[in-house]
Design a protein around this ligand. Structure first.
Ligand code: ZN
Length: 401
């Protein structure tokens, strides 16, 4: 980290140029008691948490937040009449600073939150809808009869005759996979998501062809549990290799099952609520903790989960990953460290709040642990402070009683 990021005042004699740009662009403040009207000051405190602490050696806290080296070496820079030391240096990269001569804050990002933000749009897939065209008529008993017309895919500039006469109309990448499995031995060893590693989808002729060079990564869009058969089909696509039709996907060890769900069971994919653990683990790559808590609560309230405590034990870290960040913000303590028990407890409180919206409580799920409101008392007080003064008085009176 030290080779990339510095948060110290450079040596004025040895590296004059560098010293000058740090002085001009990378010193925060003055603020705090010296300048209470500084724009960074919110409620009497620096909203950017300056001055930082003196630190002898760069390191990371246990959640991976960087703590930059800021030695108490006596170097200062005079800014607007105030002497500012290493505690006021904004983290930066020497090369970028000298090249662009502008304020460029460089931070070490290995928090899941930052990584998710960067990659969210890559992983989440496009926003999409499924549209269907159909016309309906009525039969002799005046019942509605729906006559579905299959959807045909075409490019904007395709000629309509060509589209309609194309023998492969209706051939999707997915059904193209079945064909490839009939034609190529190599394809038979691949799952659907692995296809792009060895094959290229030729859009114009709608066929998979062996890849001559290069490498590509496949992606299947996310399907939440509770979507029915399409969800179970997607589960199967992670394991089934070389099917040549939908029946093959439903078949396991020579037995054809009546639905994708049954095939999932036969393969042991649904034992121990593993499907739900997988669903939350998968969502954790791009989803926020709050969204995952909602998903968990939906699973609870829809009674889909057989042993909720198993799922909780497997995924609580995802569901509570914002707990420390939120407590730090609420308590204005930048280096607050929560224990695992604290995180679980705060997360259970959030789950309880969400369940209340469905007129449910964690008490309705006997195997689930219950939150301990006592431990979270101070946190609740501060939460309430921000929201409702009356509420805090009421809660306090109750506590005193
Ligand atoms: Zn400030």
């Amino acid at each position: 980290m030290d080779s990339i990021i510095s948060a110290e005042i450079p040596d004025k004699v040895v590296d004059k140029d560098y010293y000058n740009v740090v002085e001009e662009f990378m010193i925060h403040g003055p603020c705090g008691p010296a300048r209470t009207k500084s724009p960074c000051m919110v409620n009497g405190r620096c909203s950017k948490h300056f001055p930082k602490r003196f630190v002898e050696l760069s390191n990371w806290d246990e959640d991976g937040y960087p703590i930059y080296m800021r030695r108490d070496d006596g170097r200062t820079i005079l800014k607007n009449g105030v002497e500012l030391d290493n505690r006021y240096v904004v983290p930066h990269n020497r090369y970028l600073l000298l090249k662009y001569r502008a304020h460029i804050n460089v931070e070490w990002c290995n928090q899941s939150r930052s990584i998710k933000y960067l990659f969210k749009y890559v992983n989440k897939g496009n926003d999409r809808v499924t549209a269907e065209f159909y016309k309906s008529t009525t039969d002799e008993h005046s019942n509605e009869v729906v006559d579905e017309i299959s959807i045909q895919l075409f490019e904007d500039d395709d000629r309509i005759d060509n589209v309609l006469n194309r023998p492969t109309v209706g051939q999707s990448m997915f059904t193209g996979w079945f064909d490839a499995n009939k034609r190529f031995d190599v394809a038979k060893g691949l799952t659907y998501i692995d296809m792009p590693t060895k094959f290229v989808w030729k859009k114009d002729i709608r066929e998979w062809h062996p890849r001559k060079r290069g490498f590509s990564i496949g992606r299947i869009f996310y399907v939440p549990p509770g979507s029915g058969e399409i969800y179970y089909l997607r589960c199967l696509l992670n394991v089934v290799r070389g099917p040549t039709n939908f029946e093959d996907i439903m078949t396991f060890e020579g037995v054809k099952y009546p639905s994708f769900r049954d095939a999932c069971y036969a393969r042991g994919l649904l034992d121990d609520d593993k499907e739900y653990i997988d669903a939350i683990n998968e969502a954790s790559h791009w989803s926020t903790a709050q969204a995952m808590r909602k998903l968990f609560v939906i699973l609870l309230t829809s009674n889909l989960v057989i042993r909720p405590e198993n799922v909780w034990n497997a995924v609580w870290q995802h569901l509570s990953e914002d707990a420390q960040f939120n407590r730090r913000r609420v308590l204005q303590k930048e280096d607050l460290i929560l224990s695992d028990d604290d995180k679980k407890n705060l997360c259970l409180i959030e789950l309880e709040k969400l369940l209340q919206l469905y007129n449910k409580s964690l008490k309705d799920y006997p195997q689930m642990p219950l939150p301990n409101f006592d431990d979270a008392w101070l946190v609740l007080i501060i939460d309430c402070c921000l929201r409702n003064w009356l509420m805090i008085v009421k809660l306090y009176m109750k506590r005193v009683k």
